[in-house]
Write a protein that binds this ligand. Structure first.
Ligand code: ADP
Ligand code: GLC
Length: 489
């Protein structure tokens, strides 16, 4: 099958979250199954042109209100045999810092136009390459215009045999803007309602994609069920219930070439379940690096996260509300936090660090440190309010670091709760997101560390034996592609 991925983020070129990891790993896994996969994304200012190959000739992208004259660059996706990534180079849209925005302007005001260039560009690129895909696979709101364009425009002009799939990586981000941007999307006003774009007199990219794509997927089976309920549906639950037959939850895999304790080059000492005693060397290195007391006996809890409400950071860190201070002052433990995001939270983490010798944080983005935290911690805390899939709890399991998670989305699908009587389980699960329940569950893990160490050691090995390969998931995507194609009339 010929598959074109459309995404705003692709590892290693641009990443703000797990979306970037998922798109590139899925592409590689599909290639291994024998499919012809290409990816189209913007060439952001931060992606150096020197490392890319320029395709000959300019590419004109007619949007709604004019024509964007762009260059197209290409590069092979690292880790693949032959997956080409195509970069749309349009100074006005992408020649600036930030994927969706910057700390000063978190959501660029011209995002509708920018991502319209990406989605129209996807079709122009196929024309330029004279390559007709079977599937256009769009990821998240920023690519959601692509399935809409296919259904309402492109189907009649060269893409009659192409079907579309939209994957929801996060329903919380929908691309909601004033309808004054609608003309720049290149869709006739007649289609304002039919496309699904209309949303309380504004436009909503994700909603349009949910209405228009042939098939919908999201990144775990539990999340696929949750988003059909109002609590998790972000106002889209009605549409999703309506499209229930076309919605599937497929768990993301892990790229085990990158996240593998037996060969990870970013950690001081490699280890496997059989040589798990070597894991401690990474713990000592992490304690040293973060300025904590170097002591193998104190349980070390790690956090790597976007500092965003979704991740439960208020319940952890909010002044006079969050439980981190109480945890670190009443339990014999250490806490390491790596993250960046909401300003209040970054500030509060610095405050906590100044008060607590056993809490250390690094504010910013640091890939190598995230590997060291996964390898060096004993436990990993991830109490998300909602979690479509979540990658870090899977990385934790594979590194023998026991996750403490909330029972939601992909977290519920990947972690088995500890049973104190039998010692079964791979982590510790809380049901309600409150400071108290995080505190209690961390306390439970802490108790087990000091009093049931044999359970903890067995759980670590059990965690490391979990399988999160992409191959099974990629096969499920192929089934979804087949269903999408069967809907073609
Ligand atoms: P989300 O996409 O919602 O942020 P995921 O768990 O799916 O959550 O993916 C997050 C990814 O981003 C992981 O690969 C994680 O290691 C990485 N990450 C998040 N914050 C940081 C950070 N500050 N430094 C390094 N890596 C980070
Ligand atoms: C989103 C979700 C996360 C998921 C990732 C990749 O960013 O928040 O749970 O793992 O996409 O699908």
């Amino acid at each position: 099958m010929k598959i074109l991925m459309v995404s705003a983020e692709v590892v290693p070129f641009a990443k703000t979250g797990g979306l970037a990891d998922a798109v590139s790993a899925l592409s590689i896994a599909l290639e291994k199954l024998g499919h012809d996969v290409k990816i189209v994304m913007p060439r952001y200012y931060k992606i150096p042109r020197e490392n890319l190959t320029l395709l000959e000739g300019p590419m004109g992208i007619p949007t709604g209100t004019g024509e964007a004259w762009t260059a197209v660059y290409t590069a092979k996706l690292p880790g693949s045999k032959n997956v080409s990534v195509y970069f749309i180079d349009h100074e006005q849209s992408f020649g600036r810092d930030g994927v969706y925005g910057t700390p000063q302007e978190t959501d660029f005001s011209d995002n509708p136009e920018r991502f319209s260039v990406l989605c129209h560009g996807a079709f122009q690129l196929c024309r330029k390459l004279q390559w007709e895909p079977d599937i256009i696979h769009a990821h998240d709101w920023s690519a959601a215009l692509a399935p809409v364009l296919l259904k309402f425009n492109e189907k009649w002009v060269g893409f009659g045999r192409t079907a579309s799939v939209l994957t929801i990586h996060n329903l919380g981000y929908q691309g909601n803007y004033s309808k004054s941007h609608y003309p720049s999307l290149g869709l006739n006003w007649d289609y304002y309602y039919a496309t699904g774009f209309e949303d309380y007199d504004r436009i909503n990219f994700l909603k349009a994609g949910l209405v228009s794509a042939d098939m919908l997927t999201t990144v775990s089976p539990t999340y696929a069920r949750e988003i059909q309920q109002s609590e998790y549906g972000f106002r889209m639950d009605g549409i999703l219930r309506d499209r229930n037959d076309s919605l599937e939850g497929i768990l993301n895999g892990v790229d085990t070439d990158i996240w593998n304790p037996s060969k990870d080059k970013k950690i001081p000492v490699n280890y496997t379940a059989k040589t798990i005693e070597k894991k401690i060397e990474n713990k000592l290195a992490l304690q040293e690096r973060m300025g904590l007391e170097v002591n193998p006996d104190i349980p070390l809890f790690g956090i790597v996260t976007r500092l965003a409400d979704q991740k439960g950071v208020a319940e952890l860190f909010a002044p006079s509300y969050g439980c981190a201070y109480r945890m670190c002052t009443t339990m014999n433990m250490q806490l390491v936090v790596l993250g960046s995001g909401e300003r209040w939270c970054e500030d509060e983490l610095r405050n906590l660090q100044a008060k607590l010798p056993n809490l250390r944080c690094f504010i910013g983005y640091d890939d190598a440190l995230s590997h060291l935290i996964e390898a060096g911690s004993d436990f990993f805390i991830m109490p998300s309010r909602y979690e479509p899939c979540g990658l870090n709890q899977m990385y934790s399991l594979l590194y023998g670091t026991l996750p403490i998670v909330r029972r939601t989305g992909g977290l519920a699908d990947t972690v088995q709760n500890y049973d104190e009587k039998t010692g079964e389980g791979t982590g510790f699960i809380l049901d309600n997101l409150t400071p108290d329940s995080i505190y209690d569950t961390v306390g439970w893990a802490n108790y087990a560390w000091y009093n049931k160490r044999d359970h903890i050691e067995k759980m670590k090995k059990r965690a490391m034996a979990q399988k999160f390969g992409w191959n099974v998931s990629a096969e499920k995507y192929v089934e979804v592609y087949v269903k999408a194609l069967s809907k073609q009339r």
